[in-house]
Write a protein that binds this ligand. Structure first.
Ligand SMILES: [Zn+2]
Length: 186
């Protein structure tokens, strides 16, 4: 069984706030115990790449979250003895999304551009990780009442590598596949 992993969606960043920290009274207002994701501080307009493989579950305006995009895993992974789908949620983006709802994405594909939309004090990518159960065709948050609106700490899942590095690898594989295809055409 493959372990679920995450790759940093931004290439040049620093963590300005981690999961569980509560530096903002906004979370109390939202009835949360603290920050429900990791904040990657960056320059406005930089590429936000998918931290995982999956498909675009949501893409649009979401109030305090600003312009938000959600990626849902294609496969299930083990979490607390259950088989779950993992969704990554990227907040405060610019509105110019290069992908559409329903579109499949690979790790490292550009899915958004980082901004400071919604309740945000500076350009950054907020990423939340949410385990989902699928009953029939409906995805339901596994732990909606966990104090973080169903989000869990992404810390154990970060590989320490950027999604950009993974994209580079995919690009090389694609190039090789094209070469092979061309070879057999001759
Ligand atoms: Zn945040």
């Amino acid at each position: 069984m493959t372990k679920f992993t995450l790759y940093y969606p931004i290439t040049n960043f620093y963590f300005s706030q981690r999961f569980g920290q509560n530096l903002n009274p906004l979370y109390k207002k939202l009835k949360m115990e603290g920050h429900n994701g990791d904040d990657l501080a960056c320059v406005s307009g930089v590429n936000t790449r998918s931290a995982q493989e999956g498909w675009v579950k949501y893409c649009g305006w979401a109030g305090d979250a600003g312009w938000r995009i959600d990626i849902m895993s294609n496969d299930t992974f083990e979490y607390k003895g259950k088989q779950v789908y993992f969704s990554t949620v990227y907040m405060h983006n610019l509105p110019d999304f290069p992908v559409k709802v329903g579109q499949k994405v690979k790790t490292g594909d550009i899915i958004a551009h980082a901004g400071s939309t919604g309740a945000s004090t500076g350009p950054h990518c907020h990423i939340s990780l949410i385990p989902y159960e699928k009953i029939g065709n409906v995805y339901t948050k596994l732990e909606p009442d966990n104090g973080y609106s169903g989000c869990i700490d992404p810390a154990p899942y970060w590989t320490g590598k950027t999604a950009y590095e993974v994209a580079g690898l995919y690009a090389k594989i694609q190039e090789l596949q094209n070469k092979v295809a061309l070879y057999f055409k001759k």
